[in-house]
Design a protein around this ligand. Structure first.
Ligand SMILES: [Zn+2]
Length: 163
C-alpha cells in the first residue's frame, strides 16, 4: 500500500491494512500527526521549561560554600609568609652547596656545645648529608606534610549530607 492511498483510506475508515502501513511508515505518521488538532493542543498545554530561579546559586553554594573573610586573610598571610621564608632561606643559604655545608657545620658545633642529646641530631644530619637521596626524600616528605597541613588548614573539608 502506498502512502497516499493509506492516508485516504484512514481519513474515511479505520482500515486495518492502512493502519498497519501507518504504524510502520514514518512519513505517514508525521503527516497524520501534523494534521491532528489534539497534538497541537497538547504541545500548547505543556508549560515552558524554566529552571528554578535559585537553582544555580543553590548548587554552587552546596558545592563550594563561600570562604569566610578570616580564612581568605589567613590564606593570604600564610602565602606571603611562606614566600618571605623561602626568599630568606634562599638569601641565607643560596644555591651554593658549600654554604649549606658551612651552615650545617655551624649547627653541628652549636648542637655539640649546647647539649649532649643534640648529638643524635648531628648523627641524623650526617646521615642525611652523607646520602643525598635520603636528604632529598626527607625534603620531599617534609614538603608533602607541609602542603597537606596547609591544604587542611586553609580549605577544611565540609562534609554534608546530599539530602
Ligand atoms: Zn506511508
Amino acid at each position: 500500500m502506498r502512502c497516499e492511498q493509506a492516508r485516504r483510506q484512514l481519513a474515511a475508515t479505520d482500515d486495518p491494512e492502512a493502519l498497519a502501513h501507518v504504524a510502520g511508515c514514518q512519513d505517514c505518521f508525521e503527516a497524520l500527526e501534523a494534521d491532528d488538532p489534539v497534538v497541537a493542543q497538547l504541545r500548547a498545554a505543556v508549560p515552558p521549561l524554566l529552571p528554578a530561579p535559585d537553582l544555580a546559586s543553590a548548587v554552587l553554594a552546596r558545592w563550594a560554600p563561600p570562604m569566610p573573610t578570616r580564612t581568605k586573610v589567613l590564606r593570604g598571610a600564610t602565602l606571603i609568609l611562606s614566600l618571605l621564608l623561602a626568599v630568606a632561606v634562599e638569601g641565607l643559604v643560596g644555591v651554593a652547596p658549600g654554604r649549606l655545608a658551612g651552615l650545617a657545620g655551624a649547627l653541628a658545633a652549636w648542637g655539640q656545645a649546647a647539649s649532649p642529646w643534640l648529638v643524635g641530631l648531628t648523627t641524623v644530619r650526617d646521615s642525611l648529608l652523607g646520602v643525598p637521596a635520603l636528604l632529598v626524600g626527607w625534603l620531599a616528605l617534609t614538603l608533602g606534610c607541609l602542603l597537606l597541613w596547609l591544604r587542611l588548614a586553609t580549605a577544611a573539608p565540609s562534609w554534608r549530607s546530599a539530602r
